[in-house]
Design a binder for this molecule. Sequence first.
Ligand SMILES: C[S@@+](CC[C@H](N)C(=O)[O-])C[C@H]1O[C@@H](n2cnc3c(N)ncnc32)[C@H](O)[C@@H]1O
Length: 290
Amino acid sequence: MASDEQVQKTIADCLKLGNEQLTAAEIENPRLDVRLLLAETLSVDTSYLFGYPEKLLNDGQFRHFQAMINRRLKREPVSKIIGRKEFWSLEFKVSRDTLDPRPDSETLIEAVLESLVDKTESIKILDLGTGTGCLLLTLLSELQAAKGLGIDISDKALAIAKDNAEALGLSDRVAFQLGNWCDGVKDGWDIIISNPPYIGEDEKKILSPEVLNYDPALALFAENNGMKDYQTFIPQAASILKNNGMLVVEAGHTQAEAINALMSDAGLMVYPAKKDLGGIARACIARKCI
Ligand SMILES: C[S@@+](CC[C@H](N)C(=O)[O-])C[C@H]1O[C@@H](n2cnc3c(N)ncnc32)[C@H](O)[C@@H]1O
C-alpha cells in the first residue's frame, strides 16, 4: 500500500486508501474488511469510524493499519489477521492452527438444540475434531448443566480451544484431550458432534487462497473423496453413544447421503439431514436405539 509519511492520514483517508487497494486486488467485500482492520488498529467499534471520519491516525497506528492491509492483499483472511472470529454470536480466538468457525456449522448447533426436549438436563457431549472448540463451547453456553470433552489430533488447536473455554467462562465444564477420533474414549455420551475434515484432494483447486493457504490442511482434507474420517469415526462413535444418544455430523455439500448410509450401517436410526441457509443438507443426524 502506498503511504505518504509526511502527511497524517484521517480515518476517512484510510478507509479510502484501503478500499482502493483491496478493490484493485479483487478481494471480495473490500469495504467491510477495511473497516474491520481499521477498527482493530484503533481498538474501536466499526461504528466509531463513521462518527469520527476526520480523526487523525498517529504514525504508529497508520503503519499498523498498512501492515494489516498488506497481509489482506496476500489473501490472509481478516479473522486470521485479527486473531478471532464470531460464531453463534460468541467470539472465538483463531490461529493458523485452527479452522475458522463457519456459519454453515451453526446448523449443527441448531440440530442438537432441536433434538433436546429438556435443555436443563446434565448431559455429556463429545466433540470429535474440536479445533477452536466452537461447536462444543457454543453448546455448553446454551446448555447450562451440560459437560463436554473435545478431542483433537492437533495440540496447537487444543491450546486455542482451552483459551476459548477460559474466555467464555466454561473451563469448569469442559476438558480437552489430544487423540485420534474415539481411540481410548470411554462410552456414555448423550451427544457426539463432529465437523471432521471432508474435502477431497480433487476439490483443492476450487478452494480460495484464504482457505487453502491459511486454514490448516489437517482440518480440511480427507482421503477417499473426503469420506475417510467419517468412515473411521462413525462406527466408533456409534459404539460409545448412550442408548438414545444422538450423533450429529457436518457434511460436505455432496456427502449427506453417504454419511447417512454409514450411520445406518453402524446401527443408528437416521433422521433427515438438516439443511443450512443455502439449502445444502449440512447436519447429518442419527440416534442410537437399542
Ligand atoms: C474441519 S475442522 C473442525 C474444527 C471445529 N470443530 C469447527 O467446527 O470449526 C476438523 C478438526 O479435526 C481435527 N482432526 C483431524 N484429524 C483428526 C483425527 N484423526 N482425530 C481427531 N481430530 C482430528 C483437525 O485438527 C481439526 O481441528
